[in-house]
Design a protein around this ligand. Sequence first.
Ligand code: NZQ
Ligand code: ZN
Length: 392
Amino acid sequence: MFNFDYFTPTKVAFGRNTVSRTAGLIREFGGKKVLVHYGSGSVIRSGLLKKVTDLLDEAGIPYVTLGGAVPNPHLSLVYEGIALCKKENVDFLLAVGGGSAIDSAKAIGYGVANEGDVWDFYDYKRKASGCLPLGVILTIAATGSEMSDSSVITKEEGLVKRGYSSDHGRPKFAIMDPELTMTLPDYQTACGCTDIMMHTMERYFTNGGNMEITDAIAEGLLRTVMANAEKLKKDPKDFNARAEVMWAGSLSHNGLTGCGNDGGDWMTHKLEHELGGLYDVAHGAGLAAIWGSWARYVYKNCLPRFRKFALNVMQVEPASSDEDTALRGIEALEDFFRRVGMPTSLRELGVNASEDDLSLMAHKCAVGVNGAMGSARLLREEDMLAIFKASV
Ligand code: NZQ
Ligand code: ZN
């Protein structure tokens, strides 16, 4: 076991009709003027945005709105949000939507609370010393950004997608009503379930420090997400399945499933961020498309963990060798991805990558991780390229 800090300051309001508590929660955390930040329009179509602004009007809390946070949210909108907040003296951010709206709001919060160019944080040039307080109304269970310390932004110039992590960016509160996720297209539901699983798997496939208690939580979470993803495939209106997945999403990325380990592997995410940056694919689908190739490339260097995963999570029959058992686990997870409509290759993802593009992504990825990264197996640029090539 390694020493660890576990810091989850986000107040969670979970369940039916919790949106009605929005104004009270903003007040509780000191908000006097709010920027309501959202995505490309799903919250307008569902009526949620109107409901939220009505609640603010009733409570007498002034606000401005800014929509347009696209999947793989753009830096240019972040700059726009920072300028708007400064002009309007906004002191509280309310993200209504998914990871993209939340991450964009976090970036706006860093930009308002710190001097200089906010991209510096995403470019690892310096660290934020604060962030505007942020609340969340979550509409898709996926990234865990509602409780996480991370924010992922894409700089349009050069299509560079980078994450920045800081405890300052953790939301003050998160309102999670599973019913809000019922309007999601099946594809986005499956993307979300994949992302949730991957946040725990990145922490699971490591070569150091693992604790039984953390493993038990992680394995239970993964089995729960898979079972409920299959239920949602059959019945997208299953409230309890929506609730299981939604809560799993938060627990998967608030640090809980990594306590005691060496910090996690994270290379599937790093590789996917290159796909998302270059081809603008949905994050969860990109992860599913690359994971099998990553797993086959690294499993021999992390065999006990892959064997444990195969037996305890995928619940396969043990094979005659540990290697074969590990491979059965990898295949079983890919079968699951296919059952819920996720891709297991770039082609199935709809990406027809040229050799040059694969090399470019491997290079950008290597630069982004400062040369090499990975716990299951340390990967350098040539390894990243080999994985991209295997995933075609
Ligand atoms: O933009 P709108 O119109 O709202 O539509 C969204 C979007 O098209 C739609 N949607 C969301 N809730 C809906 C809905 N449609 C109907 N009904 C609803 N209730 O779904 C699409 C996806 O939304 P988005 O916010 O982009 O999804 P997600 O939550 O998966 O966020 C993805 C982004 O988060 C980053 C990803 O890389 C990607 O940029 N990540 C953030 C992390 C973090 N902050 O901790 C960690 C992750 O690993 C990830 O990298
Ligand atoms: Zn993710």
